[in-house]
Design a protein around this ligand. Sequence first.
Ligand code: SAH
Length: 276
Amino acid sequence: MNNPDKPARSHGRKSITATRTPRDLLGDPDPRAGVWTAQVLTLFPQAFPGVLGESLTGRALRDGLWALDPIDLRPFGIGPHRNVDDTPTGGGAGMVLRPDVLGRALDQAAPRARGDWPVIYLSPRGRRFDQGMARRLAQADGVTLLCGRFEGVDQRLLDAHDVQEVSLGDFVLTGGEIAAQALIDATVRLIPRVLGNQASTEEESFSDGLLEHPQYTKPAVWKDRAVPDVLLSGHHAKITDWRRAMAERLTKERRPDLWRAYCERHGRDPEEDQEL
Ligand code: SAH
């Protein structure tokens, strides 16, 4: 799609000129280029890259470390108004996205979706997104994300295309776009070289099943609050021990579920007293 010599592939492919995003910001979505690609089926392609175009993810996108391929659902709609939704069969409030419309969009997306390439519908009914899922997705060749709107999508579409449902959490958003951006952000930052400093993904929350230790920076004293002495000691082994102990204590206090799983993995007693 970024090759100026090639004509637009089809009516459904989002026109780059329709976005406020410079052409090269979207990267090269051609899977042959071998970069991890997020293909996003949405009624609001102009919402992309959105916040993903900022800071580290934005720079990585411009540098071609990953690619974004938003596909506008509207042109696949029916009739002169390109209708994409209809009333729920059996009655009830709201509108449901039609399977024939979404099916055509997915069929067009499918040729890109080869190899290890999950197709995901962002949905509050889905499996809860977590760091493990982000890690697995970052290992894949790319992902196709379907963003719902209104009451969601016709079940037959999900069944026919073997779509996985993934939820951001136990709350209801208006549409899948924010969820898709969150999923992409969490995944892309695990792609080598995106963060620059790889060590930061190894030490942060969830990397070892623990929440992160508290962080401090300058000034050393702020409003009569001093940073913990050990962090100023220059003693690296002591600092590492302190940080791990704090991470364990925080996890035990705030997330007993994570703490139990961590103790099981490390053969520890979840009730043991924290040394600090
Ligand atoms: N009627 C649906 C909610 C539809 S919300 C239900 O009760 O399950 C409209 C769209 O927002 C959904 O199709 C989905 O794509 C997106 N969405 C809403 N909440 C979400 C969440 N927690 N995680 C991921 N996507 C969500």
